[in-house]
Each structure stands twice: as structure tokens, then as C-alpha cells.
Design a protein around this ligand. Sequence first.
Ligand SMILES: [Fe+2]
Length: 203
Amino acid sequence: MADRPDELQTFLDASLDAFEAHADHPRAQASLAKIRAALAEPGEMAEKGAGRLPVCALLDEVAVPERFEAPDLRRVIKAFGDIEPRLTWEIRGGDMSTASENIAEGHANARIVGPGGIERRSDVWLGVSLLAPHVRYPDHNHPPEETYLVFSEGEFRHGDSGWFAPGVGGSLYNEPGISHAMRTGDAPMLAMWALWAGDRTEA
Ligand SMILES: [Fe+2]
């Protein structure tokens, strides 16, 4: 069993507590319970992340603990700041036909746990998305179910839903394979996602 650094354990404790406290969908709760159980056993630790993309300068606006009144969200963001320097921030690949034209320079994603993350494993993918203002992320889908925890204003859609704003501390659950997307207005957005891929042998 690998050793998990204290900063990562602190972040995982804080984020799972907050995901569970804010998720209002029963299937999200079930998914998070599987994720929590799996994370009891650490995976393989990566050496070093590749660092930031230019859009990550917006973290100075959205990933500031003092912005959050809710103690649990503040705790997550504080712990996130301690692990962020180890992340590999990336631009999404795949079909961008439904995205805004500024998508390439207007977003960045990083996995904290999962393939390419600080902790490499296939059963749990826990990561973060950052969107600049006025960016429309592409419609996309994936086999693992997914729970979002949102730390900013910003809108989401999934399946046949229209656009809706979960709000700061809001949560949404994406069932396996459902098409979903997010977009920003005048403010940047930070959102975290937790995917359970442990029931899928090919994940
Ligand atoms: Fe997704």
C-alpha cells in the first residue's frame, strides 16, 4: 500500500465530507459511499504534476477560502490550495462542436485522484474544472456516474434539462452516459467532480 501525503488526505477528507453534505440525490449518496470506501486504500502516488495553464490565474479569484461562508466549503478550498501546486492542469480533448469559441483558452481541468492525478487509480476520479467567464463547455458524456459540487455561480445542463444554476455549494448528479455541460456568465467558475468507475472493468 502506498503512503498518501497528509495534504492529500486532508483534502480528500474535506471534499468527501462536503460532497456528502451537499449532494441531494440518493444515487449521488450511494456513489459517494462507494468512493469513500474505495479511498480508504491509497493508490499509487505520482511524482510531480505538470502545473498550471494560463487560465489558472483565475484561481486567485475563485479558489480563495475567505470567499466561502460555509465552513465545509471553506475547508475544501483551503485544502485544495495546499495540493494545487502538484496538479496537472489540462484542456479537454474530444468533440468541441457544442463549445464556445473561447473554450481552448477558457477552461482547465485537473484530476486530483484518478488517471493523471496526484493519486493514480482507475476506480475513483476526483477532479476540478475551472471556467473563465463567458465560456460554454462542450456537451459530453462518460460511462462512470458523476457527482458535482459547485463553488461558484455558473450553469449546468444534463439530459433534457434546461440550464440551471446549482449555486455556491450546489450539487448535481449525472447518471452513467447522460449528456451534460456547463457554462459561465460574467464570473469564472470552479466545480469539483467525483466519478465512481469501480464497477467498470474497462475504466
Ligand atoms: Fe462530466
